[in-house]
Ligand binder design. Structure first.
Ligand code: HEC
Length: 272
C-alpha cells in the first residue's frame, strides 16, 4: 500500500467506526492550523493569487485584446466590489444561474474571445501551471472581504438551483453509497485529522466553510477555487469528476452559498 491507499483505508475505517478510535491528542491539527493562521494573518499567500488575478482583470487579453473591466458580475459592468457576496445569481444575458467561475468563463469567452475549451481544459492551478480563471476568482472574491453574504433566492431559477443543490448534497450513490451529507451532515466528526463541517444543520459550520474559499492550501502551496473544492469532494465521494462550471456544481454552490447567508465573507482563506 502506498501512503495514499493507506489514507483511503483509514478514512473508510474511520467513517465506519465513527471516529471512536481516534484518541484526542492534546493539540489537534485544527489548533495548529489556527495557530498558523494567526501567525501569518497579516500575509496570507492567497494575496499573491489575488494580485495576479487583479492584473489579469485589468490587462487586455485574449484574441480580442480587451480587459475584463467590462465584465458584469451582477452589479453592473466592471463592478467587482461586493459581487461575490451575492453570487450565484441569475444573469439575463445567459439566462442562467451562474457562480463566480462560470460567470468569469462567460466574460473570458464573450469579451476576450478565448475559446471555452481552452479555459475549461485546465481550470485549476497545478504546481506546474497557474490558472488564470482561478486567480481571477481569487481577486474578485477578495473584493467582498468583510461583506455579508447575501445570495437572493427570489428569482425562481435561483430557487430551483438551490433546491437541486440541496438534493445533490443529500443524494447517495457511487461505489460507497456516499452523499455529501455522509461526510458533512454530522457535527464533530473528522476524517484523518480534518474536521468535517456539518453544512446541513449547523449554520455556523456552513458559514465558516463557505466564506473561507477560495483558499491557499498550505499542503499544496496553491490557492484553490471553490469549483476545485467541489471537484475534490466529488472525488472523495468516488463520483465521476464533474464538468467545470456545470449546472450541478453551480446548483451545489447555490445551496451552500445560501446556507452561508448572513455571515461575513472572510476569504480568500488559508487551509492546511
Ligand atoms: C468521504 C467524505 C466526503 C464526502 C462524501 C464529501 N466531502 Fe467535502 N470534505 C471532506 C473532507 C475530508 C474535507 C476537508 C478536506 C481538507 O481539509 O483537505 C472536506 C471539505 C469540504 C468543504 C470545505 C470545508 C472547509 O471548511 O474548508 C466543502 C465546501 C465541502 N467539503 C463540500 C462537499 C460537497 C458539496 C460534497 C458533495 C459533492 C462533499 N463535500 C462530499 C470529505 C468529504
Amino acid at each position: 500500500m502506498n501512503t495514499n491507499q493507506i489514507c483511503k483505508a483509514v478514512m473508510v475505517l474511520s467513517l465506519t467506526i465513527g471516529g471512536a478510535a481516534w484518541a484526542e491528542p492534546e493539540i489537534t491539527d485544527s489548533d495548529r492550523i489556527a495557530q498558523y493562521r494567526e501567525m501569518i494573518s497579516d500575509g496570507n499567500p492567497a494575496e499573491f493569487d489575488e494580485m495576479r488575478g487583479e492584473e489579469l482583470w485589468k490587462t487586455p487579453g485574449g484574441p480580442n485584446k480587451v480587459s475584463l473591466e467590462k465584465c458584469d458580475l451582477g452589479k453592473g459592468k466592471g463592478v467587482v466590489k461586493g459581487a461575490y457576496a451575492e453570487m450565484p445569481r441569475y444573469f439575463k444575458d445567459t439566462k442562467k444561474v451562474q457562480d463566480l467561475e462560470s460567470r468569469l468563463l462567460t466574460c473570458m469567452t464573450t469579451l476576450q474571445g478565448i475559446p471555452e475549451e481552452q479555459i475549461t481544459a485546465k481550470p485549476f492551478a497545478s504546481d506546474k501551471k497557474e490558472s488564470d480563471i482561478s486567480s481571477l476568482a481569487s481577486y474578485v472574491a477578495g473584493q467582498s472581504k468583510g461583506m455579508k453574504m447575501k445570495v437572493s433566492t427570489k428569482h425562481p431559477k435561483v430557487k430551483e438551483a438551490y433546491e437541486i443543490g440541496k438534493r445533490i448534497f443529500n443524494y447517495r450513490a457511487g461505489p460507497y453509497d456516499f452523499a455529501c451529507s455522509t461526510c458533512h451532515a454530522t457535527s464533530g466528526v473528522r476524517i484523518r485529522m480534518q474536521d468535517l463541517p456539518n453544512m446541513r444543520s449547523s449554520k455556523k459550520d456552513a458559514q465558516a466553510a463557505y466564506t473561507s474559499w477560495p483558499a491557499y492550501r498550505v499542503s499544496q502551496g496553491l490557492t484553490r477555487s471553490f469549483q476545485w473544492r467541489l471537484n475534490d469532494c466529488f472525488r472523495q465521494q468516488r463520483f465521476p469528476e464533474p464538468k467545470f462550471a456545470s449546472e450541478a456544481t453551480i446548483a451545489l454552490t447555490t445551496y451552500l452559498a445560501v446556507s452561508a447567508n448572513g455571515a461575513e465573507y472572510a476569504g480568500p482563506g488559508l487551509k492546511r
